[in-house]
Write a protein that binds this ligand. Structure first.
Ligand code: SF4
Length: 194
């Protein structure tokens, strides 16, 4: 099965609890004004990865406690992510998902399958006027944080960094997490990975 993605980071502490492998999927039809990742909106091919191969890459990453699916819109590719989630959960890793949909909109069978494999779901449109600088894991305060299993709780938010900078070998600076605007201004060459 193939997964269309924009990028990955093998280890991040700013996209859910603990150290996590993060997958930004490619393609989002929701298109929230002010979205931090408009480069992930287009349904174009940037990286097409076999789900078994990306699961193997995740499982070969030492020291992570789970995987985070973000984007782009993960539920547009729910079936492929179900395959990844099944494989990593079988190895004891947790699954964290950011979606622009509200929980009640996720009604398709493949949506339900992915929800059943998810430990934490952050749901809802990003609303620029309600941007959050306080609540970890939410881009805006209208969004919901759902603990789908007993693995994590609100206390787990303390295990999450607020923001991270990633410096690539080519000198490109990338920002991920929930930075305040002043911090973004300090990184003019950044690629936003939030
Ligand atoms: S915030 Fe998420 S749901 Fe909204 S446009 Fe951006 S990628 Fe899509």
């Amino acid at each position: 099965m193939l997964l269309s993605l924009a990028r990955t980071i093998p280890r991040s502490a700013a996209n859910g609890p603990g150290q996590r492998f993060v997958i930004w999927v490619q393609g989002c039809a929701i298109r929230c004004p002010g979205c931090w990742n408009p480069d992930t909106w287009a349904f174009e091919t940037r990286q097409l990865r076999d789900t078994a191969a990306i699961a193997d890459e995740i499982l070969a990453t030492v020291g992570i406690e789970g995987v985070t699916f973000t984007g782009g819109e993960p539920f547009h590719q729910a079936a492929a992510l179900v395959d990844v989630a099944c494989r990593v959960r079988a190895a004891g890793l947790s699954v964290f998902v950011f979606t622009g949909y509200d929980l009640h909109e996720l009604t398709r069978p493949d949506h339900r399958e992915l929800l059943a494999l998810t430990d934490v779901l952050v749901s809802g449109r990003y609303v620029q006027s309600q941007r959050s600088f306080e609540s970890e894991w939410r881009g805006s305060t209208n969004q919901g944080v759902h603990f789908m299993t007993a693995l994590y709780s609100e206390a787990s938010m303390a295990e999450s960094a607020h923001v991270e900078f990633h410096l690539a070998p080519d000198g490109q600076l990338a920002v991920t997490g929930f930075p305040v605007p002043q911090l973004l201004d300090l990184a003019p060459a950044r690629e936003n990975l939030s």
